[in-house]
Write a protein that binds this ligand. Structure first.
Ligand code: SAH
Ligand code: SF4
Ligand code: F3S
Length: 445
């Protein structure tokens, strides 16, 4: 029997938070904690929060509410809040919730073991939300020993965001853009591929401005970094997320024609189809410019799948402006779109805007948009029927009936009947037989 203590981590939000959770799990393991999936067995519970929309914040808050009860039964339980709500609210969280011991912002997660120790030994609670101007992302090679090796991993190339879209909390919670050194990024990826990882996704809120925060220009720009990473032997598939359209350069478009392992998928959040709304959002591009970028991408990579994010019901959004967004769906024909009702967020400029759109109007717009986008997505699916495509195996499908699933380079899920020798990360060739509602069905050839 092992005497190590148990830590439970719950993660909300984006891939940045998922990556931060991996780092915290690694740090806690090194500090002799076993990572458990059972919250009731835990000595430490970390709630890694997201603040992007009101709903995300409420989810984290309701877990914290439950933890108050769990802590009544187990008073020695240590509760830590990390992530974007931690950064945003700071010590207000402890003032409201006496059972929270630690509030730790995204830049301070590396201090988590030390802070937990202080709570254990001396009962010292803490709030660590400093945001240094010159913060550098510590190098921490993922520790894969003893764990089942995942076939795909995220690699952080930069943190923060300088764009200040008027609706968005990220620049407030994640601070300014800081790029990680190319050497660190490449070392990490080499380490991953020698441990069997086959797909790499480069991660940042705004990857197109990679390197631009370096005053002496000693880092490559983003296309330069992509070329370096693509050349690492063993990187079978390469992806990245996310990009602001305003910084999408022709050189980046060229990479899709040039680099065989760069997957033909581009997530290009548009947010609205109306110039006046984009202006109020501070997105710094017009729809005309956006469409030029889409065309450019398709010139270099004719089959590229373009996906997007859309906000409906931004303050002041009129019926005509919403209609412009609906029209954009027809013009671009996205492979898929993540769409959200606008939500007022703390410290954002748009929270102070007048003419907020009524909740029922937002709901009706969202539903119209999602219905139409679903049809377009299905039209894309139908176009795959009869085609032969290479997929990377994700794993056995949950149904457990010999069905496997994989992803196309364009990031669509393909389910197929497999056999016992298949392994996640393998590239297989399948013929697409059928388009389903949220996936494709194919057979091995
Ligand atoms: N860095 C990424 C976006 C990260 S947030 C980018 O710029 O593309 C993910 C998505 O959440 C955004 O693209 C936007 O569509 C949505 N979002 C952000 N703030 C929001 C808010 N206040 N209300 C509703 N949706 C929001
Ligand atoms: Fe938020 Fe805009 Fe930065 Fe994306 S680019 S993280 S939407 S501020
Ligand atoms: Fe959420 Fe913070 Fe990511 S607000 S979306 S966890 S950067």
């Amino acid at each position: 029997m092992s005497f190590s203590k148990q830590a439970y981590i719950e993660t909300f939000g984006c891939q940045m938070n998922e990556r931060d959770t991996e780092i915290m799990a690694q740090l806690l393991s090194q500090a002799d904690y076993n990572i458990t999936g059972d919250i009731d067995q835990a000595d430490v519970v970390v709630v890694n929060t997201c603040s992007i929309r009101g709903k995300a914040e409420q989810k984290a808050m309701s877990l914290l509410g439950r933890l108050r009860l769990i802590k009544k039964k187990n008073p020695r339980l240590i509760v830590a809040v990390t992530g974007c709500v931690a950064q945003q609210e700071g010590s207000k969280i402890q003032a409201r919730m006496g059972h929270v011991d630690l509030v730790v912002g995204p830049q301070s997660i590396y201090r988590l073991p030390e802070l937990i120790k202080k709570v254990e030994q001396d009962g010292i609670k803490a709030t660590a939300i400093e945001q240094a101007a010159s913060f550098s992302i510590p190098s921490l090679l993922p520790d894969l020993a003893g764990t089942a090796l995942p076939h795909k991993r995220f690699v952080t190339i930069m943190q923060g965001c300088n764009n200040f879209c008027t609706y968005c909390v990220v620049p407030h919670t994640r601070g300014r853009e800081v790029s990680r050194s190319p050497e660190d990024i490449i070392d990490e990826i080499k380490h991953l591929v020698t441990h069997g990882v086959r797909e790499i996704t480069l991660l940042g809120q705004n990857v197109n401005s990679y390197g631009l925060d370096r005053q002496d220009g000693d880092y490559p720009d983003f296309p330069g970094l992509l070329r370096l990473v693509a050349a690492i032997p063993g990187v079978i598939r390469l992806r990245f997320t996310t990009s602001n359209p305003k910084d999408l350069s022709e050189d980046l478009m060229k990479c899709f024609a040039e680099l065989d392992n760069l997957c033909p998928h581009f997530h290009l959040p548009v947010q609205s189809g109306a110039d006046a709304v984009l202006k109020k959002m501070n997105r710094k591009y017009s729809i005309e410019q956006y469409l030029e970028k889409v065309e450019g991408l398709r010139k270099y990579s004719p089959d590229i799948a373009i996906t997007t994010d859309i906000i409906v019901g931004f303050p002041g959004e009129t019926d005509e402006e919403f209609a412009a967004t609906m029209l954009l769906l027809e013009k671009v024909r996205y492979h898929s779109a993540y769409s959200f009702k606008y939500s007022d967020r703390p410290n954002t400029v748009s929270a102070g805007f007048e003419n907020k759109v009524a909740e029922d109007v937002k709901a009706a717009r969202l539903s119209r948009l999602q219905t139409r986008q679903q049809e377009i997505t299905n039209e894309h699916y139908l176009a795959y029927v009869g085609q032969v495509v290479d997929i990377m195996v994700e794993g056995e499908s949950r149904t457990g009936d010999g069905q496997w699933s994989g992803r196309t380079g364009t990031n669509h899920i393909v389910n197929f009947a497999g056999h016992v020798d298949i392994k996640p990360g393998q590239i297989l060739r399948v013929k697409i037989d059928e388009a389903c509602l949220h996936s494709l069905r194919g057979s091995l050839i």
